[in-house]
Ligand binder design. Structure first.
Ligand SMILES: Nc1nc2c(ncn2[C@@H]2O[C@H](COP(=O)(O)OP(=O)(O)OP(=O)(O)O)[C@@H](O)[C@H]2O)c(=O)[nH]1
Ligand SMILES: [Mg+2]
Length: 180
């Protein structure tokens, strides 16, 4: 059994917990009441792929938890950055998130996924034009409430890319992420 630690980060209210709940089938993800995640929530579940167990870290997007970022990153295999392109300021936060969670952490670009969670597709803002490392990361547009299947497909593809070609032994998997 391969255990993969995946951290989900991004600005507050981007939809990280909603997506995490949907993917892990934890609780009713269509409960629209926004409850900020205090610090981090860790969800364990098995995706459709055999012999893989996911440890999904649903991290708070609030600035006051920034001191915990190295803890989130520790031993992480993959990083998912979630943002909402409709919310002003979210796209601007991406460079800093990318810098801290990918560039400085040494998580390979191929082990990162950028998720635009557009809550109202009819008013979707134009996708920002990325440059540098951000532009090299796989980018998907989703709406978890309207089309959860697309989120699941993107997530499982990402999980396959993390585990492909590598036979991890549980104790040998800490090399990808270094503390900040
Ligand atoms: N309509 C709609 N609402 C969504 C969608 N995704 C998230 N929401 C709502 O957006 C709000 C914020 O979602 P959360 O998942 O709690 O946000 P978060 O990124 O975990 O926020 P923090 O924990 O504070 O970092 C909630 O009220 C959700 O119900 C979506 O795809 N469509
Ligand atoms: Mg949350």
């Amino acid at each position: 059994m391969v255990k993969l630690k995946i951290i989900m980060v991004g600005p507050a209210e981007a939809g990280k917990s909603t997506i995490a709940n949907f993917l892990s089938e934890a609780i009713d993800f269509t409960n629209y009441e926004y409850r900020p995640t205090p610090g981090v929530r860790i969800l364990e579940f098995e995706p459709s792929q055999k012999n893989i167990e996911i440890e999904l870290w649903d991290c708070s997007g609030e600035d006051r938890y920034e001191s915990l970022w190295p803890v989130f990153l520790w031993n992480a295999h993959g990083v998912i950055i979630v943002y909402n392109p409709e919310t002003s300021g979210h796209a601007q936060e991406l460079d800093r998130l990318c810098d801290n969670f990918i560039v400085k952490s040494l998580v390979p670009h191929s082990n990162a996924l950028l998720v635009a969670n557009t809550k109202d597709p009819s008013h979707a803002a134009a996708a920002p034009e990325f440059s540098g490392t951000l532009a090299s990361i796989t980018h998907v547009n989703v709406n978890v409430v309207e089309n959860g299947d697309a989120v699941k497909t993107a997530f499982e593809k990402f999980v396959s890319s993390l585990s492909e070609g590598k036979t991890y032994v549980n104790d040998e998997i800490g090399f990808l992420a270094l503390p900040l």
